[in-house]
Design a protein around this ligand. Structure first.
Ligand SMILES: NC(=O)c1ccc[n+]([C@@H]2O[C@H](COP(=O)([O-])OP(=O)(O)OC[C@H]3O[C@@H](n4cnc5c(N)ncnc54)[C@H](OP(=O)(O)O)[C@@H]3O)[C@@H](O)[C@H]2O)c1
Length: 251
């Protein structure tokens, strides 16, 4: 059996990734605060198991992953094990100096600290496994671009990029066969984009341009973007450790 753990499966890109993996016969284990009835009730070759968890809560996340790892270790037939860290938030959308401190902390936990902790826990748990691990972290072009109002988002995604590339370097040096790469989905039609459009120009200077993306149908559908990610994920031999892979490389 092929297994994939995907964070942020209640909606958006994570839901589409889970769906495509299930269609490819994966047993998907999804994590988000909200469940996903469509995935749970879907009639695909692969199954779906949901774990409700708040990824801004470090203790809860560690416990959820302990449980997931324990359940997986009871399976004797693991052919492959993929980890997709997709969950993230965009808020605070606000200039530095006007942000809610607790929101900054929550943002950095969900977008950076938690993915680092999960990666650490995952590599430790499967150190002696017979199959190589494939991990992908979902990033954003905002990691390499200064965007007025997205200080936290740019910082968390830039940190995620450096972290991912450094883990890749270590896994290469250690010759584990494990691979980790970055995926940039570019702009997609999700709730996150709705949150961006609802900000004030004083908070996010580019808001009019993002409203135009929606009006002019420039936002890709999550199913289209997820297919690019999943195709890459399943082409294990050709994944380069630490590579930055963008949907824009395809179309
Ligand atoms: N949308 C874009 O245009 C765009 C562009 C570039 C990069 N990205 C990246 O693509 C990825 C997916 O974005 P999206 O647009 O699909 O976002 P979305 O529609 O807002 O969905 C975010 C997902 O993350 C989960 N999540 C958020 N906070 C969480 C928390 N505290 N605990 C557990 N789960 C949490 C949400 O689940 P719950 O709310 O149920 O917990 C949801 O399933 C993100 O990494 C984002 O940075 C998006």
């Amino acid at each position: 059996m092929k297994y994939a753990v995907v964070t942020g499966t209640s909606k958006g890109l994570g839901e589409s990734i889970a769906k495509l993996l299930m269609q490819a016969s994966f047993h998907v284990i999804g994590i988000a605060r909200n469940g996903n009835k469509q995935l749970e009730n879907a009639d695909y070759p692969g199954a779906y198991t949901h774990f409700a968890g708040d990824l801004s809560n470090i203790e809860q996340t560690t416990e959820v992953f302990n449980q997931i790892i324990k359940n997986l270790k009871q399976q004797k037939n693991i052919e492959s094990l993929h980890l997709v860290q997709n969950a993230a938030l965009i808020h605070p959308i606000e200039q530095a100096g006007k942000q809610e401190p607790t929101l900054i902390e929550k943002h950095m936990r969900v977008n950076l600290v938690t993915p680092m902790m999960i990666t650490n826990q995952w590599l430790d748990a499967w150190r002696d496994s017979s199959f190589p691990l494939v991990m992908v972290n979902v990033t954003s072009g905002a990691a390499d671009r200064n965007v007025y109002g997205w200080t936290a988002y740019g910082a968390s995604k830039a940190g995620l990029n450096r972290y991912t590339r450094t883990v890749a370097l270590e896994q290469e040096e250690l010759q584990t066969g494990n691979k980790v790469f970055l995926f940039d989905p570019s702009i997609m039609d999700t709730d996150m984009q709705g949150e961006i459009r609802s900000s004030e120009p004083s908070q996010f200077i580019e808001v009019e341009q993002f409203k135009n993306y929606k009006t002019n149908n420039k936002l890709r559908s999550t199913d289209v973007v997820a297919k690019v990610l999943v195709d890459r994920l399943l082409d294990e031999e050709n994944i380069k450790n630490g590579e930055y892979y963008s949907v824009k490389d395809i179309f």
